[in-house]
Design a binder for this molecule. Structure first.
Ligand SMILES: O=C(O)CCC(=O)C(=O)O
Length: 276
């Protein structure tokens, strides 16, 4: 699969793309694998049942399932990735979630050179009123006056604009299972009105780091220690990796030597891995 020039321009300009029905043929199996993975993990966060009060999060996620790991070999995911973050892109992990209620406005980073993208799979039908993802088009553009203003002021919008988060001007990306959403990590996003068990998982991908920026890669990966991860990838992802998949894993694997110690320190400090 290849993106059209219009889709690439849409992503560059607005910071997101929606692909309705793209994964329809796999979605029943994806949902079964998602539920099976959570059951194997005790049903919710850190081995406890999901209580519907707080988000449950498991990171990495697809890496624990042979079936879900094959998403990284799927020609549709590869096509999107190669067009947005290059033939030699890095897979940068995933998270699986039961979201509860609202997610406030934020971006997942503010990257000025290398592009980082998130592919989001929402596994329930979602509308603007029951928790679909909302994005602020154009908010990903580092150096742009509007985007920089949003970046500088995030966290203070209720006071600054006098409206609740759900009334911030944005595009609501309503989805059905089988659709996927792709957005730049810099893009401001949120969700409002979700139920107590909104099922969603992500795949994160980025451009390969140039040799001169490998310390940036290590610093980025250090953020994963709060999930108590000791290696860049989970066991099923590595055990079933073909040579083609390995191309997207090898740079992070070669630079994850610091994670074990950071994860040990996080375990000492935190009673459970982070929820997001
Ligand atoms: O669906 C949501 O509640 C928000 C998703 C999100 O913030 C993310 O994946 O970074």
């Amino acid at each position: 699969m290849q993106l059209t020039p219009q889709q690439k321009r849409h992503f560059d300009t607005f910071g997101f793309l929606a692909f309705p029905g793209l994964m329809d043929d796999r979605i029943a199996d994806i949902i079964a694998a998602f539920e099976e993975l959570w059951s194997r993990q005790g049903g919710g966060h850190h081995g406890q049942p999901h209580d519907g009060k707080r988000r449950s999060c498991l990171a990495p996620f697809i890496d624990h399932s042979e079936r879900l790991s094959t998403l990284l070999d799927d020609s549709r995911i590869l096509g999107i990735a190669k067009d947005l973050v290059g033939e030699d892109f890095n897979y940068m992990g995933s998270d699986g979630n039961f979201y509860v209620g609202d997610t406030g406005w934020h971006s997942d980073g503010w990257h000025s050179t290398l592009t980082h993208i998130k592919i989001a799979f929402y596994l329930d039908p979602l509308t603007r009123d029951n928790g679909c993802l909302r994005v602020i088009p154009g908010s990903h553009r580092v150096g742009d006056g509007y985007a920089e203003h949003l970046q500088r002021t995030q966290g203070a919008w209720d006071d600054l604009f006098g409206v609740p988060g759900c009334d911030i001007p944005a595009q609501a990306l309503e989805t059905r299972p089988g659709d996927i959403l792709v957005f730049n990590h810099n893009t401001k996003h949120a969700a409002f009105g979700g139920n107590k068990r909104r099922r969603m998982f992500t795949m994160n991908l980025c451009q390969r780091f140039p040799e001169a920026k490998l310390q940036e890669l290590r610093d980025y990966m250090a953020g994963g220690a709060r999930f108590w991860v000791e290696r860049a990838y989970g066991p099923a992802m590595l055990a079933t990796a073909t040579p083609a998949r390995m191309k997207h894993l090898e740079q992070a694997l070669a630079n994850d030597g610091h994670l074990k110690e950071l994860s040990r320190q996080a375990r000492e400090k935190m009673p459970e891995p982070a929820r997001g």
